[in-house]
Design a protein around this ligand. Structure first.
Ligand code: V4E
Length: 222
């Protein structure tokens, strides 16, 4: 299992020019994401994000609030506040177990045979999961000399574009050094903002599902 440490940023013409000068574009691809939750938002209210992308399942879960950041200096804490950290689980049986544990309290998880639906995705209906967001992203990715840093420029089909500086570490790995790499990269790109930048999902929910968005805001998830 890995942990994704990430800072989002708004990419203007100057940032793009700098990125093209200091980075190497390693490709462009597009993908369609579908996100799933129960109608009561059991997963997302716990900041858990279940997604299918290009046929693969992924669950993003929050890491323990202070794990790996207890020793940060003031400046490092400020940099950390601009970043998110999520565990990424891609093993489907493991995803099933975690999701089942979360949804079991609010609904009786129906046995697949009883649910009446067949096929490889019958687990979704047995756990009362429905798709609440679906969109396509065109992504251009860059690498830098700084090892292990990837920069993605995303253009979502609903008219929002956002950049992200990302470092992947193993669970229990060195969060501090990941944050430092992100801080240095942001500095190289000339990023000045001290506010967290909205992700694609924030904007998607605000526009398409304002009641879901409001619940996540009240629960301090977004
Ligand atoms: C974690 C999360 C969501 C899941 C999607 O995460 P995100 O990194 O925004 O999407 P994407 O397409 O860049 O995934 P990748 O290809 O990097 O795996 S949706 C909402 N969240 C929570 C969240 C948050 N609270 N604040 C910010 C700035 N981003 C995400």
């Amino acid at each position: 299992m890995s942990v994704e440490v990430e800072r989002k940023f708004l990419c203007n013409a100057d940032t793009l020019k700098t990125l093209e000068e200091i980075g190497v574009c390693v490709g462009q691809r597009d993908f369609r994401d579908q996100y799933f939750d129960t109608p009561e938002f059991d997963l997302t209210l716990r900041d858990m994000w279940l997604r299918k992308r290009k046929g693969c399942w992924e669950l993003k879960c929050p890491t323990a609030a202070s794990s790996g950041t207890a020793e940060l200096s003031g400046e490092q804490s400020q940099a950390a506040a601009l970043c998110t950290r999520y565990k990424e689980i891609t093993n489907l049986p493991e995803i099933h177990l975690i999701v089942k544990e979360v949804v079991k309290d609010s609904c009786e998880v129906r046995e697949t045979e009883e649910s009446g639906s067949e096929g490889e995705e019958s687990w979704l209906s047995s756990m009362n999961l429905v798709c609440f967001a679906e969109f396509t992203t065109v992504r251009r990715s860059f690498t830098l000399e700084e090892e292990g840093v990837q920069i993605d420029l995303d253009q979502a089909d609903f008219g929002y574009h956002v950049g992200e500086i990302e470092v992947l570490i193993p669970e229990g790995g060195d969060v501090q050094s990941a944050l430092e790499k992100i801080r240095k990269t942001a500095q190289q790109l000339g990023l000045t903002g001290d506010q967290r930048v909205e992700g694609k999902m924030n904007v998607y929910l605000k526009r398409n599902h304002p009641e879901h968005y409001a619940k996540l805001l009240s629960a301090h998830v977004l």
